[in-house]
Design a protein around this ligand. Structure first.
Ligand code: SF4
Length: 190
């Protein structure tokens, strides 16, 4: 049984390749709203440009999507989502370490979203726990079926090794029933 949901309200993450948010970007230059793109690529000492760009970002309805797209795409140039290159630097490093279970759940639900390495591993783990087929895993992660088979094989080996390394001398009290709890029910993680 899976505890993930198909409720659209549950999905909070931008799909990869979705650039529709750009249509609402305040920095999109139009006849009625001319914007100099150079404003968003200031030198560190061009304070006036930075203030102008940040002010535009401050009014932008797609600021979050813009920042996510920059971080996920490794776009380190210019001002994005209201942050300068220097301000975004630590976030670029942090995203590589991210482990967000809501992303894992969204991926299991079939959404094509950005995943860190840890999140991809968690998807494999959750898919295995939920009995997701290798074909489906391949589709979810946009990898070949052979690769999906390899990921499951490696996971099975890791789980077996973990079980073998469990201490065997511990005598469980009768009320424990010998059942081992696992922390991989990603359905409740947020
Ligand atoms: S947040 Fe700033 S850089 Fe991003 S789309 Fe909006 S105005 Fe442009």
């Amino acid at each position: 049984m899976t505890s993930t949901t198909n409720n659209p309200a549950h999905h909070r993450h931008r799909q990869l390749g979705d650039h529709t948010w750009q249509a609402d970007a305040v920095c999109q230059s139009t006849e009625y709203n001319p914007v100099d793109p150079e404003t968003f690529f200031p030198e560190p000492d061009e304070t006036a440009k930075i203030v102008t760009a940040k002010s535009l970002c401050g009014q932008c309805p797609v600021r979050r999507a813009c920042l996510d797209a920059a971080l996920e795409g490794g776009d380190t140039d210019g001002i994005r989502g209201g942050l300068t290159e220097e301000e975004r630097g630590p976030l670029h490093e942090k995203i590589a370490q991210r482990l967000d279970y809501s992303r894992v759940n969204d991926t299991i639900d079939g959404r094509d979203i950005h995943l860190s390495k840890s999140e991809r591993r968690a998807v494999v783990h959750a898919a295995y726990r939920h009995g997701v087929s290798e074909q489906r895993l391949a589709w979810l992660l946009k990898i070949t079926e052979e690769h999906a088979q390899k990921l499951y094989r490696e996971l099975r080996r890791a789980l077996r090794n973990r079980d073998l390394n469990q201490p065997t001398t511990v005598t469980s009290p009768p009320e424990a029933g010998g059942e081992r709890l696992v922390r991989d029910d990603f359905g409740t993680a947020a």
